[in-house]
Ligand binder design. Structure first.
Ligand SMILES: Nc1ncnc2c1ncn2[C@@H]1O[C@H](COP(=O)(O)OP(=O)(O)OP(=O)(O)O)[C@@H](O)[C@H]1O
Ligand SMILES: *[C@@H]1O[C@H](CO)[C@@H](O)[C@H](O)[C@H]1NC(C)=O
Ligand SMILES: *[C@@H]1O[C@H](CO)[C@@H](O)[C@H](O)[C@H]1NC(C)=O
Length: 382
């Protein structure tokens, strides 16, 4: 009480200064329901999965999802990379609600209902394109690891992954409805496009390049023409490898490029950068051609427990992550998404880039101590 009474004036002023409005952050991506389970090696072998990987479901994975649910104890979480980041940004901001907007496609089914409910609970302004031909997308997280820790946490109803030591995670995404995002039937509608125009920061992870590169380009061009901030993520090695052309079509509009070390390495190889040095890769990606030259590109690469690298037009810097006793890590799944969410939350109030990174490290630090990309009630970021 005393403390609050000491300086009520400046605190209030500061709050007013920082007030954000609805729909300032626009995200678009693949809304997926994550299905997590600890599986055995036979299961991975049967479906030709690597212990640590991230792939798209193919024909041979058709039965995987049913078998996973039948054979193993599973947990469901609302997911999808971009949706997770928007959710984390909104959590960092807290109020007002609905600073974050999210577009994506779901089915008119039970999983779709769950996703809608989760978005609402997270106070994200989700406007899904709903269609009945395809079911809501899913992402199987197949966890293996002989460590007891894994079994223990799972039996408590959580979904652990520590790709560093304890367990391995193989992700298989079945986009289904997410793949059916229809620009003409959703993004282009007047009331939806108005939400796009309302935003000042945009985030569409590279994964969405497999769904609608045209929709990404439309949003990115709008951002560029109005000197607003468009951000994307390398998302996974297969994006740099197999969606190189659409990725490089969007790149000239990218103001902030995110990625982790593995994704950066693949991107560099595909682009013929001829270097494996992460700082050098960041510098080269920063210098790729750009349309809006008023805003030089910023490149941010995370490296798990190692320093995060940031390249601006002037310099390449590294920032240590928040130190954590590695045994306290429950699940690094979603760490990257959380980092991006924290970063964006500060970017929205025009904070310096160093502050954005600090917030990214903070939210990632929170998420890795919990199962999945879940969050406590409130952040404690100062
Ligand atoms: N072992 C760790 N110790 C401390 N911090 C970590 C660790 N792993 C992740 N982090 C935090 O999370 C951020 C993102 O991590 P990372 O680069 O592993 O993302 P990622 O590989 O994309 O994660 P994921 O794909 O599992 O979501 C790091 O910058 C750091 O802040
Ligand atoms: C980076 O992300 C990829 C998925 O894109 C993942 O397979 C890989 O393990 C991550 N790298 C690190 C070092 O965490
Ligand atoms: C997106 O960017 C973050 C931060 O640079 C990175 O950790 C992550 O691996 C990238 N990909 C995904 C799927 O989050």
């Amino acid at each position: 009480m005393k403390v609050a009474a000491d300086e009520p004036q400046p605190k209030k002023m500061k709050l007013e200064e920082k007030a954000l409005s609805e729909n300032l952050l626009f995200g678009m991506g693949n809304p997926l329901l994550d299905i997590c389970a600890v599986v055995d090696k036979d299961f991975l072998d049967k479906y030709g999965l690597k212990a640590n990987d991230q792939i798209m479901a193919e024909d041979k994975h058709k039965e995987l999802f049913d078998e996973l649910v039948k054979k193993f104890k599973v947990d469901y979480h609302a997911g999808g990379s971009t949706q997770n980041s928007v959710k984390v940004a909104q959590w960092m901001i807290q109020k007002p609600y609905k600073v974050g907007t999210f577009f994506g496609c779901i089915g008119t089914d039970k999983f779709g209902e769950i996703l809608k409910k989760k978005a609402e609970e997270a106070h994200v302004d989700a406007h899904y394109y709903e269609q009945s031909e395809q079911p809501t997308g899913t992402c199987a997280a197949c966890i293996t690891g002989d460590n007891r820790h894994v079994e223990e946490v799972v039996s408590q109803g959580d979904c652990p992954v520590d790709s560093h030591k304890k367990g391995h995670r193989s992700l298989v995404a079945n986009l289904a409805a997410a793949n059916c995002y229809d620009q003409g039937k959703h993004l282009d509608l007047k009331e939806n496009w108005q939400l796009v125009e309302k935003a000042k920061v945009y985030y569409i992870a590279g994964f969405f390049l497999t769904v609608s590169p045209e929709a990404i380009l439309k949003v990115a061009t709008q951002a560029s023409e109005n000197n607003k901030i468009f951000c994307t993520n390398l998302s996974a090695p297969f994006i740099s490898q197999f969606y190189k052309e659409p990725l490089m079509k969007v790149m000239p509009y990218v103001d902030i490029l995110f990625g982790n070390e593995t994704e950066a390495a693949t991107f560099a190889r595909e682009q013929g950068f001829e270097t494996e040095d992460i700082k050098e890769i960041a510098r080269k990606a920063q210098a790729l051609p750009k349309v809006n030259t008023k805003r030089p590109r910023v490149v941010v690469f995370t490296q798990g427990h190692e320093d995060t690298i940031m390249a601006t037009a002037d310099e390449v810097l590294s920032f240590p992550v928040i130190e954590i006793d590695q045994t306290k890590i429950v699940d690094t799944n979603g760490a990257g998404d959380a980092f991006v969410g924290g970063f964006l939350s500060q970017l929205l109030s025009d904070k310096p880039l160093e502050e954005c990174i600090r917030a990214g490290h903070y939210s990632a630090h929170v998420v890795i101590r919990r199962a999945g990309c879940t969050l406590p009630e409130k952040p404690d970021f100062k």
